[in-house]
Design a protein around this ligand. Structure first.
Ligand SMILES: *[C@@H]1O[C@H](CO)[C@@H](O)[C@H](O)[C@H]1NC(C)=O
Ligand SMILES: *[C@@H]1O[C@H](CO)[C@@H](O)[C@H](O)[C@H]1NC(C)=O
Ligand SMILES: *[C@@H]1O[C@H](CO)[C@@H](O)[C@H](O)[C@H]1NC(C)=O
Ligand SMILES: *[C@@H]1O[C@H](CO)[C@@H](O)[C@H](O)[C@H]1NC(C)=O
Ligand SMILES: CC(=O)N[C@H]1CO[C@H](CO)[C@@H](O)[C@@H]1O
Length: 380
C-alpha cells in the first residue's frame, strides 16, 4: 500500500474505505477488558521489535505494519530503546559516553520513532512500547550498570542503585513526554523480560522477587505521574513465585512474582511470555503452554485486570502447538495475545528470523488471521 505518497485528505478517505480508523482516543481498561471510547477493544497482534531499530525508510515501516494489519491485528509490541556507546548510522535512542547519557532526539533517534508511530497510525495499529531490555541486545540494563557503577557490576544493581534509577527515569521521561498526547501508543512497558540476572549472569546474590516488584511499583508510579493518558505494564515473562513447584517457570527464581505484580495499582495489565522449550519444558511444550495460559487467566480473574500473552513461540510444530494455545486463550478468557514475531519481505530483504518469525505467505500467518477474528468475535 502506497499510503505515504498520497495527500492527507485522500489518505484519510482511503483508510476509511478500508475500514481503518486512525487512533483518536486512548485505549483504557475496564475490569479484565481493554476498552476504546467505552466499548470493548480486542488487543491482538504481533511483536515487531526491529521496526524502529533497523534504519528503515518510512515506506518499509509502512509495509511491515501493513503486513501485520492484514491479519486483522490491532496492536504491535516494539522496542523503544537502543543504548549505544558510539553513534551508529541506523537508529539509536541513547548514547553513553564515560557515564553520561544523552537521548538522541535527532532523525536517527526520536525523529525515527516519530516515523514508527506515524506508520502504525496509518495502518490503524496501536503500539506497546518497551523502554529498556533485560538482555544485552540493543544495550539494555547492563549499559546503565556498566556506565554508572562500573564495568561488569551485578545486573540487578539496575533495580536498586540510585544513579541507574535516576538515569532510567531521565530516559523514560524524555521519551514518553514526546508522546503524551499520542493515542497510537497504547501502553508503555518498563522493560523487556526483567530478571535478577541478565546476559552476563553476574548478580549481587541479594536480588529476589521483592527487588523487582519494588522497582516495578516505583517506576510505574513515576510514569503515571508524568503521563496519565497511557496504560503501563511491566513487559515481564509472567513467572509465578511458588518455590515448592517442581516446574522452573513457577519457582520465582528469576525474581518475578506475577501475582504480587498484578497487585500493583499503577500497573494497568499483566504480561506473560511463553517459551516452553527455552524454559526446559521439553516433555510436552504444548501441554505446558495450555496450563500456563489457564493459570494466567486465573490470576486475571482474581485481580480483575487484563492479562496479555504478549510473546509466545515454538520453533517446530508451530501449527499444531498454536492451534491448542489459541483455543485455550479463547476458552480461558485470557484478554489478548501478541505472537513472537512478525516478519516481512522488505525491498532490502527478509526481516530478522530467530526461528520464530512468521512471514505473510505462510500457513501460520493464515492461522493468525483466523485467531484474530475468533478473539474479536469472543470479545464482543
Ligand atoms: C572518556 O574518558 C577517556 C579516559 O578518561 C578519555 O580518553 C576520553 O576522551 C573520554 N571521552 C569523552 C567523549 O569524554
Ligand atoms: C528478598 O530478600 C530480602 C532480604 O534481602 C527479604 O527481606 C525478603 O523477604 C525476600 N523476599 C522474598 C519474596 O523472599
Ligand atoms: C504437534 O503438536 C500437536 C499438538 O500438541 C501434537 O498433537 C502433534 O503430535 C505434534 N506433532 C509433532 C510432529 O510433534
Ligand atoms: C514466501 O516468499 C519468500 C520470498 O518471496 C520465499 O522465499 C518463500 O519460499 C515463500 N514461502 C512460501 C511458504 O511460499
Ligand atoms: C536469554 C534470552 O532469552 N535472550 C534473548 C533476549 O532477547 C533477544 C531479542 O531481543 C534474543 O535474541 C535473546 O536470545
Amino acid at each position: 500500500m502506497k499510503l505515504l505518497s498520497i495527500s492527507i485528505a485522500s489518505g484519510a478517505a482511503l483508510l476509511a474505505s478500508l475500514g481503518v480508523q486512525a487512533a483518536t482516543s486512548f485505549v483504557k481498561t475496564s475490569g479484565q477488558r481493554f476498552t476504546l471510547n467505552g466499548s470493548p477493544f480486542t488487543v491482538v497482534g504481533a511483536n515487531s521489535y526491529w521496526v524502529g531499530l533497523m534504519g528503515l525508510t518510512t515506506a518499509q515501516m509502512n509495509q511491515a505494519f501493513a503486513d501485520i494489519a492484514r491479519t486483522g491485528a490491532t496492536a504491535v509490541r516494539t522496542w523503544g530503546f537502543n543504548d549505544v556507546t558510539a553513534p551508529i548510522s541506523t537508529a539509536y535512542y541513547q548514547l553513553w559516553t564515560n557515564g553520561t547519557a544523552t537521548v538522541n532526539t535527532g532523525p536517527t533517534g526520536l525523529g525515527n520513532f516519530d516515523n514508527v508511530v506515524a506508520a502504525a497510525k496509518a495502518n490503524g495499529l496501536r503500539l506497546i512500547v518497551t523502554l529498556t531490555n533485560n538482555w544485552s541486545d540493543y544495550g539494555g540494563m547492563d549499559v546503565y550498570v556498566n556506565q554508572l557503577i562500573g564495568q561488569g557490576s551485578p545486573h540487578d544493581y539496575f533495580y536498586t542503585n540510585a544513579a541507574t534509577q535516576a538515569a532510567y527515569k531521565n530516559y523514560v521521561k524524555t521519551f514518553i513526554s514526546r508522546y503524551i498526547n499520542e493515542p497510537t501508543i497504547m501502553a508503555w512497558e518498563l522493560a523487556n523480560e526483567p530478571r535478577c540476572a541478565g546476559s552476563t549472569g553476574v548478580t549481587s546474590g541479594s536480588c529476589n522477587t521483592t527487588t523487582i516488584t519494588a522497582w516495578a511499583s516505583t517506576m510505574s508510579a513515576y510514569i503515571k505521574s508524568i503521563d496519565s493518558n497511557h496504560l503501563v505494564a511491566i513487559g515481564d515473562e509472567g513467572f509465578f513465585n511458588e518455590p515448592s513447584s517442581p516446574l522452573y517457570p513457577y519457582q520465582g527464581t528469576e525474581g518475578i512474582d506475577f501475582n504480587a505484580n498484578m497487585g500493583i495499582s499503577t500497573l494497568d495489565f499483566g504480561t506473560a511470555h511463553l517459551y516452553p522449550v527455552s524454559w526446559g519444558q521439553t516433555a510436552d511444550p504444548t501441554g505446558f503452554g495450555v496450563q500456563w495460559i489457564q493459570d494466567h487467566a486465573t490470576s486475571q480473574k482474581t485481580y480483575n485486570k487484563p492479562v496479555l500473552l504478549e510473546e509466545f513461540g515454538v520453533t517446530s510444530n508451530q501449527t499444531g502447538t498454536y492451534a491448542q494455545w489459541y483455543s485455550t486463550i479463547l476458552s480461558s478468557g485470557l484478554t489478548g495475545d501478541l505472537i513472537w514475531q512478525a516478519g516481512s519481505y522488505l525491498s532490502t530483504g527478509a526481516t530478522p528470523n530467530d526461528g520464530y518469525t512468521i512471514y505473510p505467505n505462510t500457513t501460520v500467518y493464515a492461522m493468525e488471521a483466523l485467531h484474530v477474528a475468533a478473539l474479536k468475535a469472543r470479545n464482543v
